[in-house]
Design a protein around this ligand. Structure first.
Ligand code: PLP
Length: 456
């Protein structure tokens, strides 16, 4: 077989890719027609493709490369760990130093009494763990009927059977028989799209109170947990009104419903604190983490669990686990990533430098004729594209058409910015400098101008 390397002509790589590689969330025939953009290397906040073109990655991969690309320390730790102990499992009363050290570190960083860590390989399987764990918890406490989990429409928690069911994306539910039973979805706190004439504050309260109505509909003795992302990411970076989370917290407390905060995107500095729950004042019983835990350098995720839940689940056998739960190489790399985040004060950089600068530039985009609103929290932001700012109207074309035009223009202009329908979203590496933010904004503006010319 010929060896396939970075030096192969792009067209040949694309041909092989289309022939054999099934891409996630993609129409593969479309990729065959157009050819995937092949990324060959990356450094800092920039990617390089197989044609040598540099692209500013304003999505940090898939919201994950928090410390930026190309950190040698992580490569070295991985190589060292592979030589010393490339694998051992954590089943059946065995353990190893990287898993022990990472669990202890996460317990130290996590707020409140979240002192126990169950590892997996990513966000989807960690949310599957959560789903089974909250149901097991109530069953172990003698309440096996308390198995309903309430989530939100347009939330995203992964694409496996369990996590895809927890998520509220109709495109995912329409394939494979999802959602599985006893998962129910309430409406999302998306004021711009769904708030009508209400003030954001009233709307946030009303949407949170749907949780109470849903609990009462089923009976509080049936409801195990509520799950939500502090800020919905894949749904379009939807920053909820300030009234939303306090009311959700009040309702969970009132009925003794467990609260799961899916921190897969919001965790590890994205909102300026270690966890989005700290930024939005949420007191979760479980946090899902992945992505920024290793800055994407290794596949690893985890559920960080409260004393209350762990004291029940640990005293009974929880028949659950993955071969790679606590994988030593992934755990060692995650620990090194956390060391860098901490010792280089990257959260301080976000809070004091990058986030305020980006917020100012981002908000200024509302002077563009296509931009109806610009929202940002820490290092995750979104803009809504609209043909009419005052009414927050949608485009006449199918939803997402203008967003796709804008995304395509961005890509051609050397910027990765994603679209969710007609919302453009960013989530750049946390280490981005002010000069790089200027480049991001210049390329975004150019792409918006071109999208305006093409779409109207
Ligand atoms: N939860 C949230 C909030 C996510 O954004 C994602 C992925 O984007 C997941 C869970 C799923 O994580 P993974 O793709 O690692 O399975």
């Amino acid at each position: 077989m010929t060896s396939i390397t970075n030096h192969m002509p792009t067209a040949e790589l694309q041909k092989l890719d289309a022939a054999h590689h099934m891409h996630p969330f993609s129409t593969n025939t479309e990729i065959a027609e157009k050819g995937a953009r092949v990324i060959t290397k990356a450094k800092g906040v920039f990617l390089t493709d197989s044609e040598g073109v540099e692209i500013l990655d304003a999505m940090a991969g898939l919201w994950c490369v928090n410390i930026g690309y190309g950190r040698e320390e992580l490569a070295e730790v991985a190589a060292r760990q592979m030589r010393e102990l490339p694998f051992y499992n954590t089943f059946f009363q065995t353990s190893h130093v990287p898993a022990i050290a990472l669990a202890a570190k996460l317990a130290e960083l996590a707020p409140g009494d979240l002192n126990h860590v169950f590892f997996g390989s990513g966000g989807s399987d960690a949310n599957d763990t959560n789903l089974r764990m909250v149901r097991a918890y109530w069953a172990m406490k003698g309440q096996p009927d308390r198995n309903i989990v309430i989530a939100r429409k347009n939330g995203y928690h992964g694409s496996s059977m369990g996590s895809g069911s927890l998520g509220g994306m109709s495109a995912i539910h329409s394939q494979g028989g999802l959602p599985i039973p006893d998962i129910h979805h309430i409406n999302q706190p998306h004021w711009y799209a769904e708030g009508g004439d209400m003030s954001p504050e009233d709307f946030g309260l009303a949407r949170a109170q749907e949780l109470e109505a849903e609990i009462l509909k089923h009976g509080e003795h049936r409801v195990a947990a509520f799950i939500g992302e502090p800020i919905q990411g894949a749904g379009g970076v939807i920053i909820p009104p300030e009234t939303y989370w306090p009311e959700i917290q009040r309702i969970c407390d009132k009925y003794g419903i467990l609260l799961i905060a899916d921190e897969v995107i919001c965790g590890f500095g994205r909102t300026g604190n270690w966890f989005g729950s700290q930024t939005l004042d949420i007191r979760p019983d479980i946090m899902t983490v992945a992505k920024g835990l290793s800055s994407g350098y290794q596949p690893i995720g985890a559920s960080i669990v409260s004393d209350k839940i762990a004291s029940v689940v640990d005293n009974n056998e929880f028949n659950h686990g993955y071969t790679y739960s606590g994988h030593p190489v992934a755990a060692a790399v995650a620990l090194e990533n956390l060391r860098i985040l901490e010792e280089e004060n990257i959260l301080g950089h976000v809070r004091e430098t990058a986030a305020p600068y980006l917020a100012e530039k981002w908000q200024a985009l509302t002077d563009h004729p296509l931009v109806g609103e610009a929202r940002i929290c820490g290092m995750m932001g979104s803009i809504a594209l609209t043909p009419h700012k005052e009414t927050r109207a949608k485009f006449a074309a199918d939803e997402g058409t203008v967003g796709l035009i804008c995304r395509t223009r961005c890509f051609a202009n050397g910027l990765v910015m994603r679209h969710v329908g007609d919302r453009m979203i960013i989530s750049p590496p946390l280490v981005i400098s002010n000069g790089e933010i200027d480049t991001l904004i210049t390329r975004a503006r150019l792409s918006l101008d071109e999208a305006l010319a093409e779409a109207t």
